[in-house]
Design a protein around this ligand. Structure first.
Ligand SMILES: Nc1ncnc2c1ncn2[C@@H]1O[C@H](COP(=O)(O)OP(=O)(O)O)[C@@H](O)[C@H]1O
Ligand SMILES: [Mg+2]
Length: 433
């Protein structure tokens, strides 16, 4: 890209004594522009930088960049500088605008002066020149990738009105080429990002479908018992044993439905994580504090080993809390009858390629998970907690945990042996803030 741009420039440069000095300066401008654009990942930022640099090189008062919007079949303004009235610089250009027509047929930078005496332009009805006059635009630079016009830039009136010189034109050509490549990359990147989001949403819909089906199944039994109770109650209202026994059961069923609904709502809430820069240990500590009383009551000893040198992590604090609480409460549940030891350890993890991750292990000495169940613990509605009432499981905890870790691009796995205990391993990439 760079080599190509430089060829463009040097072929137009006059060979004088100041040439080495000028060339150096141009090389710097071009190199720096290219490097800056390369480091940007945001379309608006790239657009602003491009139009700023083009205006500077063309010494113009105003300019704007328009990008192809395939969905709406037009070119949409992404950046503009200079104080320009909205009528002068529209938000969109229709595909059949005379300027675009002209750009597509000439395939090069167009100046207003070129157009004034252009026979082709006269054939086309003179629309392009008039449009440039109207927009107070002196230069029109196409951003072509192969034969596709992915964007174009408009530059306003030069200040002071500079005579056309070969140097300006060649510098602009080089900068336009660099800008074109940067725009091509960002457009591809955004397309990729969009389809990735779409895929994720489809995944979520699919799992919601499973969950909705499961939910219907799960509430059938409790609903039946509630219905039966209501049907029988009028005749049996004087039977205290019936009323007492059945109402306890029905209440448990209502609890169960309530819990299921709550967890499904938690799951269904669109879970695009809102990432903030966090101290992971701090979140772990606050979750441990939360379960401390319950653990104590069950005779569970908590051992915590929090690494002092953890990198900070970009994560959704609320969601990660939900993950840790689910894992910790499962561990506590597994030791409900026997008491035991809950070990929570964090450390930093260097992944191949040098990326830093934070890692946490949550290890219990509880009843363990049977080998045949190990593959199913993350499935929606998989639960072995069939005790009645408030202690019954929903089987959605680990499904949610898994989903959240996935959305954080992290990893989770479990090891367990019956009668010995269970360890959950969770790792999260320590993204730069
Ligand atoms: N630490 C653990 N020790 C033993 N079994 C576990 C542990 N964590 C999860 N499980 C098993 O995985 C199942 C699913 O867990 P989860 O999705 O949180 O649902 P729930 O806790 O509502 O049952 C649990 O019912 C249990 O059988
Ligand atoms: Mg659970």
């Amino acid at each position: 890209m760079l080599a190509h741009s430089l060829v463009v420039m040097t072929t137009h440069l006059p060979h004088t004594d100041i040439l080495p000095h000028l060339e150096n300066e141009l090389l710097n401008v071009v190199t720096q522009f290219s490097a800056e654009l390369g480091a940007m990942t945001d379309l608006t930022a790239i657009g602003n930088r491009i139009i700023q640099e083009l205006c500077r090189a063309g010494a113009t008062t105003h300019g704007a960049l328009f990008l192809l919007d395939r969905e709406h079949e037009c070119y949409r303004r992404v950046s503009m500088i200079g104080s320009v009235s909205p009528t002068l610089m529209p938000l969109t250009f229709a595909m059949d605008h005379p300027l675009l027509h002209h750009l597509l047929t000439t395939n090069r930078i167009i100046t207003r002066d070129d157009l004034a005496g252009d026979p082709q332009e006269a054939d086309a009805g003179g629309g392009a020149h008039a449009a440039m006059e109207r927009l107070q635009v002196t230069r029109l630079m196409p951003h072509f990738i192969k034969d596709r016009l992915i964007a174009f830039s408009l530059l306003g009136i030069a200040t002071p009105v500079a005579e056309e010189n070969a140097r300006t034109t060649s510098v602009l050509a080089a900068l336009t080429q660099i800008a074109t490549n940067a725009l091509d990359t960002i457009v591809l990147y955004e397309d990729l990002h969009r389809s990735h989001m779409l895929m994720k949403r489809t995944d979520r819909l699919k799992s919601l479908e499973t969950i909705a089906g499961g939910f219907a199944h799960e509430i059938r039994n409790p609903l039946t018992s509630i219905k039966t109770f209501i049907q029988l109650a009028p005749q049996r209202k004087d039977d205290p044993e019936f009323i007492h026994g059945f109402s306890k059961m029905v209440l448990d069923d209502v609890y169960r439905i309530e819990r299921l609904i709550q967890e499904i709502l938690d799951y269904a809430r669109y879970m695009e994580p809102k990432l903030t820069d966090e101290d992971f240990n701090d979140i772990v500590a606050s979750c441990l504090y939360f379960i401390d009383v319950k653990a104590n009551r069950q005779g569970i000893k908590i051992e915590k080993e929090l690494a002092p040198d953890l990198p900070r992590v970009m994560l959704d604090r609320q969601q990660i809390k939900q993950v840790l609480l689910n894992l910790l409460l499962n561990a506590v549940d597994s030791m409900a009858t026997s008491g035991g030891r809950l070990r929570v350890q964090t450390r930093k993890l260097a992944k191949p390629g040098g990326n830093m991750w934070v890692h946490i292990e949550i290890e219990d000495t509880g009843e363990g998970i049977h080998e045949t169940n190990l593959d199913h613990v993350f499935d929606p509605f998989f639960t072995t907690k069939h005790a009645s009432g408030e202690h019954e499981g929903t089987g959605l905890g680990l499904t949610i945990v898994h989903q959240i870790i996935q959305e954080h691009h992290g990893e989770i796995r479990v090891e367990s042996s019956v009668g010995v205990g269970t360890t959950f391993f969770v790792s999260l990439p320590a993204l730069p803030a």
